[in-house]
Design a protein around this ligand. Structure first.
Ligand code: ZN
Length: 322
């Protein structure tokens, strides 16, 4: 890829802190983004996400984000590339048998693959996603200073695996930089299906314009075409996604996206093979925008990634425990 990013903007990890009252209140509020509403009402979304707009739109529409505003590009849910990857070191998985999630299977799908940059021909191969054909996989994006999305997704996946295994879940990753590229989006879905996963989360970070900030969870829309039939998973996937969004807000303090989802942090899409071909509850999460310097400062912080992993994992635990 020949992309050359804008000037380097050094990461400045900082975040307005919430008081214990906010956390306590948010923890008590069930459902999607009520936690965020409480958070916004108490002390605003912090540095920059458009507090008035975000707060107002959350209270106005918590259930039906417009898919029309979602990114149409690629199958990853996010935008395009930027930089050289750095291979993450795989760590061994150690399935646990006991704990509150004993017997539950969680598949974590780290978006992209650090090797995709060197296998553009292979990942551009078209695969059937039911509604149409799309590229096998994409390279993913990167921060202006070259922190690759594929590195980010693997790091968060490893952190989530540790947290979920502590709860007794059996955790499987769709890739762990242990293959040259991919898997393709259809295979990513198949891995969750064949594992009979109780929940699948595909991890991403977006590549939108500077100034666009915040996270969003992508839910499968109703699709019944070819090999795709999401009718059975739309409901449970929304439940999973709402719980993840609510817990992500609670733990990270990040605001829902200020550029898609109408302030809800939820976006429904029918154009992603990874969702269309899933037969088990599945969502994507775009944890932030790598091309915005303030979001990039968060995404490149290990401490923040631990919070992100905790928030997503807490959402999964909430979903699996009902
Ligand atoms: Zn992505």
């Amino acid at each position: 890829m020949s992309y050359t990013g804008p000037g380097f903007d050094p990461p400045r990890p900082r975040r307005s802190r919430r008081g214990p009252l906010t956390v306590a209140l948010a923890a008590l509020v069930p459902g999607a983004l009520l936690g965020w509403a409480v958070y916004a009402a108490v002390d605003g979304p912090g540095d920059g996400g458009g507090p008035a707009k975000a707060s107002a739109s959350v209270s106005a529409s918590s259930g039906a984000p417009s898919p029309a505003t979602a990114s149409p590009s690629g199958d990853s849910g996010d935008r395009k590339p930027g930089a050289s990857p750095t291979a993450a070191s795989p760590s061994a998985s150690a399935p646990a048998a006991s704990g509150p999630l004993g017997g539950k299977v969680v598949v974590i799908d780290p978006g992209h693959n650090p090797g995709n940059f060197e296998h553009t021909a292979e990942i551009n191969r078209q695969v059937d996603i039911g509604t149409n054909r799309k590229a096998c996989d994409t390279t993913g994006t990167a921060t202006d200073d070259g922190y690759a999305e594929a590195e980010f997704t693997l790091d968060v996946a490893h952190r989530m695996r540790a947290l979920l295994e502590e709860q007794g879940a059996t955790v499987k990753l769709t890739q762990d930089a242990d293959r040259p590229f991919g898997p393709c989006v259809d295979e990513r879905a198949r891995i969750g299906n064949e594992a009979r996963a109780d929940a699948v989360v595909s991890l991403h970070a977006d590549g939108s314009g500077a100034g666009n900030r915040g996270f969003h969870v992508i839910l499968p829309g109703t699709v019944d075409a070819g090999a795709a039939d999401t009718r059975a998973i739309v409901g449970p996937s929304r439940d999973l996604g709402e719980r993840i969004a609510g817990n992500f807000v609670r733990v990270t303090g990040s605001a829902p996206s200020n550029y898609v989802g109408g302030g809800t942090g939820l976006v429904t899409r029918k154009d992603l093979g990874g969702l269309n071909l899933s037969t088990v509850p599945k969502v994507f999460i775009e944890c932030g925008n790598m091309r915005d310097s303030k979001d990039a400062a968060l995404l490149t912080s290990g401490a923040w990634r631990q919070k992100a992993a905790q928030g997503i994992s807490d959402g999964i635990v909430s979903f699996l425990r009902g």
